[in-house]
Structure formats: C-alpha cells, structure tokens
Ligand binder design. Structure first.
Ligand SMILES: Cc1ncc(COP(=O)(O)O)c(C=O)c1O
Length: 452
C-alpha cells in the first residue's frame, strides 16, 4: 500500500482491498506470512462505507419535491437537525454549516482570530485544521503531540504563547478526546479562546461530557468518510447563545441574527450555509451513529486489550475517564521489537494478510504549505522576518509529533464494524507478522541489497 495515501482514498480502498487481492491457493501455508507466499489470515471483504438505507429515500424525496432546498427563510430540516444535534451532544445550540472546514473558519472568526494573530493547534491532524487558521490570516503555531495519546500535549502549550496568541485548537484526532482540563486551564489563565476541532469526534466523551461542548465552540465534519456523513457538511456547537448568534450571522452573509445586530443590518460574513438535503440525510442517521459507536468502541477495546500483548505494538492511551469513537484505530509500531522490519514493510505484510491499513498523518508542516503561507506578501507584512524564521525553525522541536508520524499505523473505522471474529483475524495477522518478523526483515534486507 502507498504509505502516503491520503485518508479519504484509504477509506475508499479498505472496503474493497481485500477482495482485490490475488486468489489464494488452498494449499498455501497458513503459518507463512502472506507477503512471503503464505495464506492470508483474512480473505473476505470489510464493511462498506458510507451506507444508506432505502427507508431514507422518502424524506429525501420530500425535500426535493418541496423546492425549498436552501435554509434561508426559516423552517425546514436544517434547524431541525441543529436542534437534534445540540440535544444529542448536550450542547445549548448547534449551527449547521457547509463543511467542517467552514465550521472551523466561522468559529475562529467569531472568537476574534484576526490577521496577524497566532493560534496554537495540534500538528497531528487533517490539513483543514491548519487551513482554517491560515484562511483567517493567522499563524498556526504547533504544540507538540504526546506520543502516548497522539493528541496535543498540554505541557507543550504555554511555552508557545506570545502576545499575539488568541486561541487554542485542540483536535480530537481519530475520535480520541484531548486532555481538555489542562488545556482549558491554560486558556483561562492566558485569556485565550478554545475552539475544539471535533471533526472526527462525534459522541466522543471526556469526563462525562461530549467533545464539542468542552471549549468555547466545537466543530464537526459530516464529510462522506465520517461516522455520520452527508457528502459534505459540518456543525458548530456551543453553550453560548451570543457566540452561536455570531456564528449564524457570519455563516449567513453577515445578516443580523438573534441578539447579534452587528453593524445594523449586515456585518462581515460569508455563505457557509448547510442545505436541507444535507440535513435530512443527517437526521436519518442519529440512531445508526449511536449504535455503531458502541460497536466500534467494543471492537477497539478488544483490539487494544489483545494487541498490547504483542511486543512492539502500543495502542493509544486515552485520558482518564474518556471514551473515544475511533474514526481511525491507531497503533504505534516499534520496528526494533520486530527484528528491524521497517514500518513500510510491516504495513505491506499486514495488507497482504488481508488487513488494509495506512500510515496516518505525516509531518505536514515540512511539506511546503506553511512555507507558501509565510513567504506570501501578506504574511511578510503581518510578521517580521525574525518571527517567521523562528516559526519555521520551531517545527524541529516537534519531537513527539515526529515520533508519532514515523511509528503510527492506522486501520479505518468501517473495519471496526465487522464481526468479532474479524478482530481476531486482525490480531492474528499482527501476531503472525511478529512471529515471522525475522524472515520478513531478512527478505526486506535481501530486497534492498538487490536495490529493490
Ligand atoms: C480533524 C479534521 N479537521 C477538519 C476537517 C475538515 O472537515 P471537512 O472535510 O468537512 O471540511 C476534517 C475532515 O476531514 C478533519 O478530519
């Protein structure tokens, strides 16, 4: 598998990858790694994603026939969805948006992030987190990643605060809650806003409360790969009417909303509205989301309990009293415990066993996008050269994140919806690779000696 494959293409492939594998002869040796010609542990497919139900069609058709597709004018499915989403999360209010990215841009804007500000965020995330900050012409300053949790290390935040810092963006990556108490305490101490990127955190919980309700505002994505998908879609959640009125105004071309009158009739804003088509599809899936979340949790717990027994495999640690929802299920791989078998070869061996997997996020700050931003005329006007140079250099300090990027292997959420026997096969495949790691590593050495 291409280790640089992005998450969305990976999700598309996982459901069919196993089926696409070459036919296996029954005579193949089950004890030999599939990569070395043995029989794969898993030969069936994996649950497909996304899924739809025929029973949804009537309500979608009703929206189509109503001719009322846009939320302007009030009523309809978008406000219905907002009310239901807020209730499900225990939030005071929710606002439907066009996407998770637009939910983040809206939230940062409303929390006062402006041109020339700095925002401390998690580097281990989908690129949209960085982009939402950059679109507001602010600088994403990266806290380090805790290699045991894969989320923002609260201990690395304070040293990165400057007089320009306005907000912190913790990311509940893969649906694993960040340790929010210390993050909120630091924000309070320094008078910073907290915008949770909960775009992968639907129903994740931290100390009895749902992610997306723990900071000032929370942001969700309902893009096609997500646990509750509507093609594209997003939401902002929060506990403050004032903030949600502002978000509503901003996402609705700046029209005055509720108690927020802005500059009279209009204030600055844009069109990030959700459509009724998106909302009606989302409304169908609440029960499914709740039920499937429990299945993913049970299977992930089972995987973690068993995989941690294999030397060199470390499942992620969750903060105390929290529950993840596992958009991807990550494990950290220690090649030293596998006789030096590289992560890339381990991943290939796992794929060959019928267990599709991917590499998770890379060190994206080294991949050009931030250079493009800080070399732009706008950023050069907003920060002096010393600050931008120091900023570029600071990426080297992200040692925890580098370790996470180099050692993490992930499997996708749809696989966690499979039968328990399939989880046993995942465990068995990894155990088999561990047992045969010496042969696999030797084959790897021979191949690289041959220049392959
Ligand atoms: C962590 C994270 N943040 C932000 C986003 C952006 O959401 P969207 O794709 O709906 O714009 C995503 C979605 O992939 C995400 O996973």
């Amino acid at each position: 598998m291409n280790t640089n494959m992005n998450r969305r293409s990976f999700l598309k492939t996982t459901a069919t990858a196993a089926l696409a594998m070459p036919a296996i002869t029954r005579a193949a040796d089950a004890n030999k790694p599939a990569l070395l010609g043995g029989a794969p542990v898993h030969t069936g497919g994996w649950p497909k994603w996304p899924e739809w139900r025929e029973s949804w069609e009537g309500d979608v058709l009703k929206v189509l026939r109503s001719g009322r597709w846009c939320r302007s004018g009030g009523g309809g499915q978008v406000p219905e969805f907002e009310e239901a989403w807020a209730k499900l999360l225990g939030a005071k209010r929710a606002l439907g948006t066009a996407s998770g990215t637009t939910a983040l841009i809206t939230s940062l804007y409303v929390m006062g992030v402006d041109a020339g500000d700095e925002v401390i965020c998690s580097p281990y995330t989908f690129m949209a987190t960085y982009n939402a900050i950059l679109i507001n012409k602010a600088l994403p300053v990266f806290a380090d990643t805790d290699p045991t949790t894969l989320t923002m290390d609260p201990a690395s935040i304070e040293s990165r605060i400057t007089d320009r810092t306005r907000a912190i963006v913790p990311v509940h990556i893969y649906g694993m809650p960040c340790d929010m108490d210390p993050i909120n305490a630091i924000a309070k101490k320094h008078n910073l806003a907290v915008v949770e990127d909960s775009c992968q955190g639907w129903l994740a919980e931290y100390k009895g409360r749902k992610c997306g309700t723990l900071g000032d505002l929370g942001c969700f994505s309902f893009q096609n790969s997500k646990h509750i998908p509507s093609g594209e879609g997003g939401a902002v959640t929060g506990m403050s009417d004032d903030l949600l009125d502002r978000c509503h105004a901003f996402h609705n071309c700046g029209r005055a909303t509720g108690n927020f009158k802005g500059s009279g009739c209009f204030s600055r804003g844009t069109n990030y509205r959700m459509q009724h088509f998106q909302a009606v599809i989302l409304l169908q899936q609440f029960e499914k989301l709740v039920k499937e979340t429990e299945i993913r949790r049970a299977n992930a717990d089972y995987l973690s309990a068993n995989l941690k027994q294999i030397p060199g495999i470390a499942p992620a640690r969750l903060p105390e009293n929290s529950r993840a929802v596992w958009h991807l299920y990550p494990l950290r791989y220690d090649a030293a415990q596998f006789n030096g078998l590289s992560k890339a070869k381990f991943m290939q061996a796992l794929s060959a066993e019928g267990v599709p997997n991917s590499s998770g996020y890379s060190e994206q700050y080294n991949e050009g996008m931030l250079d493009e931003a800080i070399n732009s005329s706008g950023y050069k006007r907003l920060w002096d050269a010393n600050r931008l140079n120091a900023y570029r250099e600071s990426f080297k300090e992200l040692k925890g994140n580098k370790q996470v990027c180099e050692t993490t292997v992930v499997i996708s959420q749809n696989m966690l919806l499979a039968e328990r026997s399939n989880m046993d096969q995942i465990i068995e495949a990894i155990r088999k690779i561990h047992v045969h790691s010496s042969e696999l590593a030797n084959a790897q050495r021979r191949a690289s000696g041959n220049g392959i």
